[in-house]
Ligand binder design. Sequence first.
Ligand SMILES: [Zn+2]
Length: 151
Amino acid sequence: MTEINPTCRFCRKTLTIPIPDDERLGAMVVKLSANACCDRCADFRRWWRDTTDAMQAITFQLTSDKSNELRARVRGMVERMCTGMVQKAEDYYLMHGLQPYVPEFVACIMDHPDKVKWQAKLFLDRVAAMAYEVHHRPRPATITLPANQNA
Ligand SMILES: [Zn+2]
């Protein structure tokens, strides 16, 4: 049995996928490996999707019932979920200091309760861009001072 080494489509980590001996099955695995991702990315993305699905189900109630009591209860749940999502995004992208963005995230979701998935995607895209900036920013060039001529 041979193996191929595609990269994770999200984090570019090198993966190892065994190729079955059957020719057609092997060709299919090779073709599908273009979309492969590592366990860490898969776990995070699945958790994020499940959480946004759950939040969508909660905020969906606001489309039919606009009472202040329900709105306050939903807001409490959304705040707790957003705090958890921001924490999870910090862990995944190896960043910290994102908690101040929680109120803005909650406000976006409460303003558009029917577009939770879209708001969550926008938020995650922003965090990914910030993480890219933080982790890939070129380091300042080291400055070599000329040797002191007078010494
Ligand atoms: Zn990955």
